[in-house]
Structures are given as structure tokens and as C-alpha cells.
Design a protein around this ligand. Structure first.
Ligand SMILES: [Zn+2]
Ligand SMILES: [Zn+2]
Length: 212
């Protein structure tokens, strides 16, 4: 045992070496007490090379109380889950709805899990609506299609410009968020088209720009 070095009493980060570990007679494993109070066995090489500087709490504490979406981290548990061929520890979190749930840390930090599951369905619907181009109940892709169509359409063929046979007038209107807005009657399609374009700027373009 010529290479045996007594580490008793030495400090390595948050760890104080108490004695040789009972588990290991060869003198390479040491019982240490962490500043947090927990005792662990560490290999001498890991202590001296600085690989192990706490019982693990130094990696845990920064996450306690942190929020990820609706979840607040309470503690790291002893429970684990199989993940990518290894076992990952599970973290206990409290959801805003009051439930507690166990989650992998990387699921939290990546943003993959943001609630106990109570928000999951809502999230799916939101995703589908976003994929369809919905913003706040309005399908933006549909607005863009209308704008694109009207950009090249002749005045009298524009969406929202119609000819009323009875009055022999051109009407301008615009349907937005379930409300059909009428802007009056005009003698020529040019006038109705001009009013319709102004309305598009105000309602459609204004709406789209407010989300950029
Ligand atoms: Zn500790
Ligand atoms: Zn919840």
C-alpha cells in the first residue's frame, strides 16, 4: 500500500473526507460529508481530480423552486426511469393545477413537458391551430390567400366587391372574425375596390402585422 494517501479531513469542494469507506478496503474509496449534511462514498481519484465536488446537491439545488411552464420543481427523487439505455432520475414537480408529477430534468429544460398533463390537450389543439395558421381564432393563411387573390383581381372581381342589380350599385364589404362589415354602395367598381382595399389594410394587414 505504498501509494496510499490519507485524505482524512481534507476538503474537496463541498465535501469533507471523514474516513476510509467501509465498503472499500483498498483505500481508494472515502466516506465524505457534503456541506448539505449528506454522506457519500467517493473514489480518491474522483476527489483529487475534482470530478466529485458535492453529494450531487450542487447539481440539484439550482433547480429547486425553478419554474418550467406550469411546473415548479420541488425535489429530486430517488426514483428513476429508463431513458436511452440508462436510468434517469425523476424530479418531483408541482403543477399550477395542484397535481404533483415526476419528470426527467431534461424534459423540463428542453420544454417538452410543461405541465402535469392537464395542459397537454390544450397544447395539442394550440399546435394544430398554429399549423393551420390560426392566431387568436383567425386563420391567417386564409387572410393571406384572400389578400393575394384580391391583389391581382380586377376591381369588379375582388372578394368583398359585389354588384347589386336592383340598385345598380357596387358594394364593398369585408368579413373578419365573424363580422360582416358593409362599407356602402358606389357607382363604379373602382370606388368599391378602393374602399375594400382600405378595409383590408385596416383589418387584415393590421391584424397580421400585430403578430409579427
Ligand atoms: Zn450535498
Ligand atoms: Zn396540471
Amino acid at each position: 500500500m505504498s501509494r496510499f494517501i490519507d485524505l482524512t479531513g481534507q476538503r474537496f469542494g463541498m465535501l469533507t473526507v471523514l474516513c476510509r469507506s467501509e465498503k472499500d478496503a483498498s483505500g481508494v474509496c472515502w466516506r465524505c460529508r457534503c456541506d448539505c449534511g449528506k454522506e457519500i462514498d467517493v473514489f480518491a481519484g474522483n476527489l483529487r481530480r475534482g470530478h466529485t465536488v458535492s453529494c450531487g446537491c450542487r447539481r440539484v439545488l439550482p433547480y429547486i423552486g425553478k419554474r418550467f411552464g406550469s411546473l415548479t420543481v420541488i425535489e429530486k427523487t430517488e426514483e428513476t426511469v429508463r431513458h436511452g439505455g440508462a436510468r434517469s432520475p425523476l424530479w418531483k414537480c408541482r403543477c399550477d393545477c395542484g397535481n404533483t408529477t415526476l419528470v426527467r430534468l431534461d424534459s423540463l429544460t428542453s420544454g417538452n413537458i410543461r405541465s402535469c398533463g392537464c395542459m397537454e390537450n390544450e397544447g395539442k389543439v394550440q399546435k394544430m391551430r398554429r399549423a393551420a395558421g390560426y392566431v387568436g381564432g383567425t386563420q391567417t393563411s386564409k387572410l393571406l390567400r384572400i389578400l393575394e387573390y384580391n391583389r391581382t383581381a380586377a376591381d369588379g372581381d375582388m372578394i368583398g366587391v359585389t354588384y347589386d342589380r336592383r340598385s345598380r350599385k357596387w358594394r364593398a364589404s369585408l368579413r373578419f372574425q365573424g363580422i360582416n362589415r358593409r362599407f356602402g354602395s358606389f357607382d363604379s367598381p373602382e370606388e368599391a375596390a378602393r374602399v375594400r382595399r382600405e378595409a383590408e389594410q385596416k383589418w387584415f394587414v393590421g391584424f397580421l402585422e400585430s403578430f409579427q
